[in-house]
Design a binder for this molecule. Structure first.
Ligand code: HEM
Length: 69
């Protein structure tokens, strides 16, 4: 889902600009970075524990978003 009504998209659009707002459209994210942010959170983004997003789900998600690898 993409759109400025989503908190991450809204925040990234405001602080870094439209080119950074939609994660699916980004070419600069690595899988390791996506995994780190999901497990640790970032400012207004909460961390997600393995009980919520499993390691294998996160591998798939990070592989999908991590186009810079
Ligand atoms: C599993 C789903 C999610 C993934 C994969 C994800 C991934 C990311 C990544 C990789 C960044 C950093 C982008 C960058 O450094 O340029 C980010 C930032 C952010 N995310 Fe998420 N996110 C998710 C869910 C959420 C949720 C549920 C929220 C809010 C409730 C959220 C709020 C934010 C915010 C506010 C930022 C900007 C932080 C800042 O730069 O100050 N995210 N997200």
């Amino acid at each position: 889902m993409a759109g400025v009504e989503h908190p991450g998209t809204f925040q990234l659009n405001a602080t870094r600009g439209a080119d950074y707002a939609v994660l699916e459209a980004r070419e600069d994210l690595t899988a390791d970075y996506v995994k780190y942010i999901v497990r640790n959170g970032l400012n207004g983004m909460p961390p997600f524990k393995p009980t919520v997003i499993t390691d294998s789900e996160l591998d798939e998600l990070a592989g999908y978003l991590g186009k810079a690898d």
